[in-house]
Design a protein around this ligand. Structure first.
Ligand code: SAH
Length: 464
């Protein structure tokens, strides 16, 4: 195959980025926007020795899994990769992705995985699920301010105030901001020249409370005619917090280091299950609250707490899982590297009257081993124990020093919440080589229409 060759191809597989994969005489082609089961005409855009990339030119016979995308920018936009695939097939793809990693990287047998893998937890309505969106602002060819999303792998803005993954109210808010900017000749930031005022707008929506926060990220010290802006935004039902964060640095980091309240208060309130959270523009908070509640409930179910247990929640963020577990445990310890997140965790514990959760700032792979050693010294050689250890690490997974200490502390159960099934498989293999058995695995779809997949796994300690 060579560049610009045309070919007709059956799409027989799905790549890690959601693209379709097909073979022509043993030569593999990756085709963006093609759906598994499609027969399609494609044009080669890049040809390597054994594989190449092709553009979807025409679907000749659509796959039974092909659906009409909800959003007309589904192909250009960098946000969604699977919008043209039926939701049921997306879930099957995610289950397969997790299984493949556990087999190939973790070395778990297909028979075991058949027995213990549970079907992915999907959404009833897999659109409009995001409670947070950050919209970049730019200027179109005619000089008008626009906002929307970056096209895949670029910083070109696709003007779209109606993203299908966000809440409908985003549209009304963004349109009134654009109108305000037109009226007062306020320019969007231009990252090439470093000029212009409005860089990004962050919108957060409390699904349980209906409270809305808007945060303007600006390249300057204030927004002129802000009174007018406040007037139109406060007409939106639910508006609770209008804030400004100054960011004058030439950087890709969106938010500034702090924020000020322009109107209302500096935070919104939301609930996951019965736990109440205060969320500021700078706080980390799970973006899909509906699925997060299912995710944490599953972690809680796997932990199977009876009431007196000592539980560690490592990589605890703002303490979301910790507070969930504290409702059923004796004592919970949370560990997180970001100090502000721990401040939020402590405040959220107080806000909910939870007294059996304690939080530590630091690296999980340093805090837990240090605790273990200190305990041994202070207790005349007796070893620190835990009943359940929950980990929810970032994509790179757990550090080996942490896994070592977990093994030493011999918890009955380890509940592993993962956003990257490759590092999950790697870490489970280590734990299963050191006295643990994999008992249950279940993907949870936190991000429908995208290729991301979250997984919860349960390990129990072998009886010796
Ligand atoms: N469990 C939380 C957050 C999980 S995201 C929730 O469900 O909301 C992973 C978290 O790990 C992030 O908050 C990140 O700041 C933190 N983190 C990253 N590296 C870490 C490390 N080495 N030790 C402790 N926390 C870390």
């Amino acid at each position: 195959m060579q560049k610009n060759d045309m070919a007709v191809i059956e799409i027989t597989d799905i790549g890690v980025g959601g693209e379709g994969i097909g073979k022509i005489d043993g030569y593999t082609l990756f085709v963006k926007d093609a759906v598994i089961g499609d027969r399609a005409e494609v044009k080669v855009i890049k040809a390597k020795k054994n594989y190449g990339y092709a553009r979807l030119m025409r679907v000749l016979e659509p796959s039974p899994y092909r659906v009409e995308p909800r959003c007309r920018f589904a192909r250009q936009c960098g946000g969604c990769q699977l919008q043209e695939m039926s939701y049921g097939r997306q879930l099957a793809f995610k289950e397969q992705k997790v299984r493949n990693s556990l087999e190939r990287i973790g070395g778990f047998s297909p028979e075991l995985l058949d027995r213990i893998t549970e079907p992915a937890v999907g959404m009833e309505e897999p659109f409009g699920y995001r409670n947070k969106a950050q919209f970049p602002f730019g200027t179109d060819k005619e000089g008008h301010p626009v906002t929307g999303f970056y096209a895949g792998r670029t910083h070109d803005i696709i003007a779209n105030t109606d993203c299908a993954l966000g809440v409908p109210v985003n549209h009304e808010i963004l349109e009134s901001i654009l109108e305000f900017m037109e009226k007062h000749h306020i320019a969007s930031y231009d990252e090439r020249t470093g000029t212009g005022l409005i860089r990004h707008v962050l919108i957060r929506y409390g699904f349980a409370t209906g409270e809305i926060m808007v945060c303007f990220v600006i390249n300057g010290t204030s927004i002129p005619n802000a009174g007018d802006l406040i007037k139109s935004l406060t007409a939106v039902p639910g508006m609770t917090a209008i804030t400004v964060s100054v960011n004058t640095r030439r950087t890709n980091v969106i938010m500034g280091e702090s924020f000020e309240v322009l109107w209302g208060q500096g935070y919104i309130t939301d609930y996951i299950g019965k736990i109440r959270y205060q969320i500021s523009p700078l706080s980390f908070y799970q973006v899909n609250p509906v699925q997060t509640e299912k995710l944490y409930s599953l972690a809680l179910e796997y932990a199977d707490l009876k009431g007196g247990e000592t539980v560690w929640d490592l990589y605890c963020g703002i303490g979301t899982i910790s507070l969930f577990l504290a409702q059923k445990a004796g004592q919970v310890y949370g560990v997180e590297i970001v100090p502000q997140a721990i401040e939020d965790a402590r405040r959220n514990a107080r806000l909910n009257g939870i007294e059996n959760a304690e939080f530590f700032v630091g690296k999980a792979e340093e805090v837990l081993p240090a605790y273990y050693e200190r305990y041994e010294k202070e207790h005349g050689g007796e070893q620190a124990r835990a009943d359940v250890i929950v980990v929810d690490p970032p994509r790179k997974g757990c550090d080996e020093a942490l896994l070592d200490t977990i093994v030493k502390m011999q918890p009955e159960k380890v509940v592993y919440v993962s956003c990257d099934c490759a590092t999950l498989a790697r870490d489970l293999k280590i734990l299963c080589g050191n006295g643990y058995t994999l008992k249950r695995v279940r993907p949870v779809d936190q991000f429908p229409m995208t290729v991301h997949v979250e997984t919860v796994a349960l390990l129990t300690r072998d009886v010796v």
